[in-house]
Design a protein around this ligand. Structure first.
Ligand code: BEZ
Length: 226
């Protein structure tokens, strides 16, 4: 199983739009690979419709999105019509591909299977996994949800925004942070380094320990070099 900071493994996969080489398909983009237990199930339909609605936001952030389950290409193609109808999506093409991992090879190799959820043949189906992969193919986030809990894809977009910001600037984003809100100076930066980088914009929160580790600055913009 791949761990945070490791290279995400490549694979060849069947999808509703044809065969893909995963790394080639990603190219130089960020990527989100997310699995669902079964086609034609209610929670999965809400999730794939939500991702389709958010697709322009992922595109603006330079992120390619791809789904995966152990169902067939034919099943995906038929189910996509239901997702489009449920999500009141336009008649145009479904915006992202879905991998058909009938052999379960990819799901097994990525540790996606949920032993508690079995299909009609008694075989385990995929859990609700999400992997975020950066342009160097390094895995930057991994989450695994149970079949009965639909995911919050606004949160996945929020993580992408945080990862892309913290890649460029010496900051980290606090709990519930949203794009545009203040951020925290990295704890690895000394006060001198922080002052040199962020100047007088730093607000240090006073705490009983007397330590000055909670240092808040406005969110840096791309034009700034900090
Ligand atoms: C669903 O998508 O609704 C679902 C799928 C598998 C187990 C439970 C719920």
């Amino acid at each position: 199983m791949v761990l945070l900071g490791e290279t995400f493994p490549n694979f060849i996969a069947e999808t509703n739009i044809g065969e893909i080489d995963f790394h080639k398909w990603l190219g130089d983009s960020w990527g989100i690979l997310f699995s669902h237990p079964n086609d034609f199930t209610p929670v999965c339909t809400t999730e794939l419709a939500r991702v389709a609605k958010l697709f322009p936001d992922f595109q603006r952030s330079g992120v390619k999105v791809i789904g995966i389950s152990c169902d067939s290409v034919e099943s995906h193609r038929k189910w996509i019509e239901d997702i489009k109808a449920y999500g009141e999506l336009s008649e145009c093409e479904f915006p992202y591909p879905i991998i058909a991992d009938k052999s379960r090879k990819i799901a097994v190799s990525l540790g996606m299977l949920d032993p508690a959820e079995l299909d009609s043949n008694g075989l385990p189906v995929a859990a609700r996994a999400v992997f975020i992969i950066d342009p160097k193919k390094i895995m930057r986030l991994s989450i695994l949800y149970p079949a009965t809990t639909g995911r919050n894809f606004d949160e996945i977009l929020r993580v992408i925004e945080s990862l892309q910001l913290t890649e460029k600037h010496k900051v980290a984003t606090p709990a519930d942070w949203k794009k545009g809100q203040p951020v925290m100076v990295l704890p690895t930066l000394s006060n001198e380094e922080a002052k040199a980088t962020f100047g007088d914009t730093i607000k240090t929160v006073s705490v009983p320990s007397g330590k000055s580790y909670i240092r808040i600055v406005p969110q840096p913009t791309n034009a700034e070099n900090n």
